[in-house]
Design a protein around this ligand. Structure first.
Ligand code: 5MM
Length: 339
């Protein structure tokens, strides 16, 4: 294991004022996104859309890394430059989603375990050769009546750590993503308790499986009220609860925490990140690894039309910039209107 390389990649991914673009939608998910703008999900449309994002002028100032889906890793820009090379030349670290998705967990109704460990060692070698310097694996934990079970938490934590150890063996920095979903009617207090349980289990497995903490990035959910909860916590309550939970569970050897947005509106995801950074003095960088909250305005502006690529790139640049500012606590709501 080349500890220096792993740690250097991790540090680049969470460099001050920059964050990660999650553009690793699997074929089913990107189809859903394209359906919302009435665009057919063909291989060429998917390539053209990712091309638009990755070639956005100036975006490297705020985007440190991009997570790609396997198909995208082997695609190229319209002028034939492979995407991993284009990104690396622009100072954006190329990464790859390696999990095979969340599948029903045997004997645990309503819960899932993320699959993809079989053959992972060989796949990682091929991805590394194609230019991927980091990887991502997402575990999904659901809050509902009587859920999550300890069984689902433990099984997912075990798989996350097995994935992370294999990545580090291959010289690839793992993003460890244990996502507690925000879809329920639970209060922020319930989310805090569950997130704490999940992070504790995850770091216990990472320790047992000898994962180098300096050579990974954590991608958690924020501690937030469930979307259907009538009592929505304020921006400051979310920021305080999230940082408090991380302080209790995440060792300071981890260089950075890059949050998922989980279906929050793009502006709220930015406000929450900014409020956390305004609290100050966290032992890790606090930044973003958003999918929907970074891409939604760009996707809408594009609408599958080549003449709207520039407008879409402006929309993407704007969200990337505001999140980059939020990653150092320099965002203000007035900046939204300036757009
Ligand atoms: C971009 O979406 C990612 C892949 O999802 P599927 O495997 O379900 O297609 C997802 O893992 C994403 O990286 C994270 O959830 C963060 O995205 P959001 O939209 O929650 O910020």
């Amino acid at each position: 294991m080349d500890e220096k390389v792993l740690a250097e990649t991790a540090r680049k991914m969470v460099a001050p004022g920059r964050g990660i673009l999650a553009a690793d939608e699997s074929t089913g998910t990107i189809k859903k996104r394209f359906d919302s703008i009435d665009v057919e999900s063909t291989e060429e449309h998917r390539r053209a859309y990712r091309d638009l994002l990755f070639t956005t002028p100036g975006v490297e100032e705020y985007i440190s890394g991009a997570i790609l889906f396997e198909e995208t890793l082997f695609q190229a820009t319209s002028d034939g430059t492979p995407f991993p090379k284009l990104l690396a030349d622009r100072g954006i670290v190329p990464g790859i989603k390696v999990d095979k998705g969340a599948k029903p967990l045997a004997g645990a109704e309503g819960e899932t375990v993320t699959e993809g460990l079989d053959g992972l060692r060989e796949r990682l070698t091929a991805f590394r050769e194609a230019g991927a310097l980091f990887a991502k694996w997402r575990a999904v934990i659901t809050i509902a009546d009587g859920l999550p079970s300890e069984y689902a938490i433990a099984t997912n934590a075990h798989a996350l750590a097995r994935y992370a150890a294999l990545c580090q063996e291959a010289g690839i920095t793992p993003i460890v993503e244990p996502e507690v979903l925000m879809d329920g009617d639970n209060t922020i207090g319930v989310c805090e308790a569950v997130t704490r349980q999940v992070l504790d289990a995850t770091f216990e497995e990472l320790r047992l499986q000898r994962v180098l903490l300096e050579g990974m990035v954590l991608k958690p959910n924020m501690v937030i009220s469930g979307k259907k909860c009538p009592q929505q916590a304020s921006v400051n309550e979310v920021a305080e609860a999230t940082v408090r939970t991380l302080r209790r569970c995440v060792p300071s050897a981890v260089p950075g925490v890059a949050f998922l947005s989980g279906g929050q509106s793009d502006e709220l995801a930015t406000q929450h990140l900014d409020a956390m950074n305004k609290l100050g003095s966290a032992p890790w960088a606090l930044t973003f690894s958003y999918g929907r909250a970074l891409q939604a305005p760009a996707l809408k502006a594009w609408g599958g039309k080549s003449e709207r690529v520039e407008a879409a790139q402006k929309a993407f640049f704007h969200r990337a910039k505001l999140n980059g500012l939020a990653a150092t606590g320099r965002y203000s709501e007035a900046m939204e209107e300036a757009a």
